[in-house]
Write a protein that binds this ligand. Structure first.
Ligand code: AMP
Ligand code: MG
Length: 319
């Protein structure tokens, strides 16, 4: 983790080039969008995405929005329905986030989607954000650049005040013009669902589609739609036993630290590595058809809290 205050970069060729290099090296770079300042990391890099959670001190893994330079870049990652295309044509670049089915093997870290098979994508309408996205040339995962539970930052100084010492750089592009978060519409199912009100008015979206948006509790119950339900959605198929010192007969062991196990979240006991591996390993356990899963104790501090939150949900009784 970076202890020094973030390097402040100017939004011109040299500063953006440096910002793109930090991202390419797995660093964390805050940058302005028209909504709020985002805390960006390479969406394909598990460790970089884990560092977002570490820097924000998030107690749980909520899926992150991926920012892209243009619609073709989004189409490489997601399956667009006709309704999604209409919304993108009308509101991108802009403060609208679309949740869409993720293309298999798109290379997005499973930590970005919190293990889900849908992805939230947005093309921001801010010159600095777009120039950075072009310069980096890849998908940038970016939640708001504030510590978890604090107000979203709308200036570079807010970012430095909140996250100074935990991130590599901030691109100073002045104050964010919109100042509220993006509107989120889930277009992954049969009918579009409003997941969050935000910068683009719901009325404008409904006028564009010629239909009303469903609210999460009106959507089909078999799909995760409300953000609150999201985290509990992805769970391994097997039964999970937590705080296990060793596997019992018939169990597959998901280890942490120096233990005998089938899959290890981090042999050296590094919480950042464990977070980076978590969803990949849970998917691997499914692929192995593991029926009984024993999990080593994970220290409950820093990123360990988010890991334990996810594992507790995985271990909770289900129908
Ligand atoms: P933010 O904190 O502004 O980055 O917003 C992230 C929010 O986007 C999450 O809390 C979810 O509500 C929503 N979101 C992101 N990815 C997904 C997804 N795959 N499915 C449903 N909602 C998502
Ligand atoms: Mg936020």
């Amino acid at each position: 983790m970076t202890a020094a205050p973030p390097i402040q970069l100017l939004p011109e060729a040299d500063g953006l080039g440096r910002a793109a290099r930090y991202l390419g090296q797995g660093g964390l770079v805050a940058f302005p969008t028209e909504t709020v300042y985002g805390l960006g990391a390479d969406a394909r890099n598990d460790r970089a995405v884990a560092r977002i959670y570490e820097a924000k001190g998030r107690p749980s893994f909520n899926p992150l929005i991926v920012h892209l330079a243009d619609q073709p870049a989004a189409e490489a990652l997601c399956h667009f329905s006709p309704a999604a295309r209409r919304l993108a044509a009308a509101f991108w670049p802009g403060a609208l986030t679309l949740v869409l089915p993720l293309v298999a093997q798109a290379g997005i870290s499973p930590l970005v989607t919190a293990g889900l098979d849908t992805l939230a994508v947005r093309v921001p309408d801010h010159e600095v954000a777009r120039a950075l996205l072009r310069s980096f040339g890849g998908p940038i995962a970016a939640p708001s650049a504030n510590p978890s539970g604090r107000i979203s930052p709308t200036t570079a100084q807010h970012v430095v005040d909140g996250l100074g010492g935990r991130i590599d750089a901030v691109v100073d592009g002045g104050a964010c013009p919109v100042g509220v978060e993006s509107t989120i519409v889930d277009c992954s199912g049969a009918a579009p669902v409003l997941l969050r009100a935000g910068g683009i008015p719901v009325e404008a979206i409904e006028a564009c589609l010629g239909q009303t948006l469903l609210l999460p509790d009106e959507a089909t119950p078999d799909r995760p739609t409300a953000p609150g339900q999201l985290a509990s959605h992805y769970a391994p198929l097997g039964r999970v036993r937590l705080n296990a010192e060793a596997a019992r007969p018939g169990e597959v062991m998901l280890g942490f630290g120096n233990v005998d196990c089938t899959l290890n979240l981090s042999p050296s006991g590094d919480l950042l590595e464990a977070a980076a591996q978590l969803f990949g390993h849970l998917h691997r356990l499914d692929a192995m058809k593991a029926k009984q899963i024993a999990v080593s104790p994970i220290p409950d501090h820093g990123l360990g809290r988010a890991i334990n939150d996810r594992l507790r949900r995985a271990a909770a009784p289900r129908d």
